[in-house]
Design a binder for this molecule. Sequence first.
Ligand code: SF4
Length: 276
Amino acid sequence: MVADIHFNHRHAIEAIRAGADAIRINPGNLGDKAKVREIVHAAKGVGIPIRVGVNSGSIPKDILEKYTRPTAQALFQSAKRSVNSIEDMGFTDIKVSLKASDVLTTIEAYRLMSDAFDYPLHIGITEAGTAFTGTIKSSVGIGALLAMGIGDTIRVSLTSRPEDEVKVGFEILKALDIREHGIDLISCPTCGRCEIDIIKLAKRAEKELSNIKEPMKVAIMGCVVNGPGEAKEADIGIAGGRGNGLLFKKGKVVRKVKEDAIIDALISEISGMIKR
Ligand code: SF4
């Protein structure tokens, strides 16, 4: 459990005493250095890390005046000051998060932080938006950082159900080959060659296979011209024909399946593969 403390240092102390595995504080919000010292002392006593969380709304006044607005430098300088202050208290079991809702600012702030310190970074785009726009912003921001080798843990923040945040997080990690989890669905964009309803099939496959946790590549392709290549490369795949699909498993054709039976055939084959 990471206790997320925004305002009151007493809550932080209580959470530490209650057995939190880590504590997240924003020194900019706690204000008084003595309060931060008390938290640091308590965390040190039980040997748990502190995540220093800085966001664009809590940049100290003098830094904000210098940079005129919450720029990447302002965020970084704010985090640097907080980290240095905690280091001066003899505490280095630190993680850092720098949150802005703007993708480019966030990327640049983390880049500055990663150049200056070796502490683990918890990355994410804060208040990213709804499931659709927030997923795009989070994927671009978190994805760009991870691709640069920056970031140790991630948080996807969406105006949506927590399960959606977790799903998006897994997809980002899967896209970058950092984690293997569940179905990796490859589906074609359709074109004039397509003779089956590939959009409907891909949507159904995504939904019906969403509870599978075993890593598996599934290809749903629209035609027999370009489809078999991808379908053969996947663990299991379909290359559509006229009202039917060729089912491939581990690079080999298994059988021809009628369009309305394609998803059931995939589910049944995948279940068999998982059991084996
Ligand atoms: S796989 Fe076939 S149907 Fe799908 S986009 Fe490529 S050529 Fe078109």
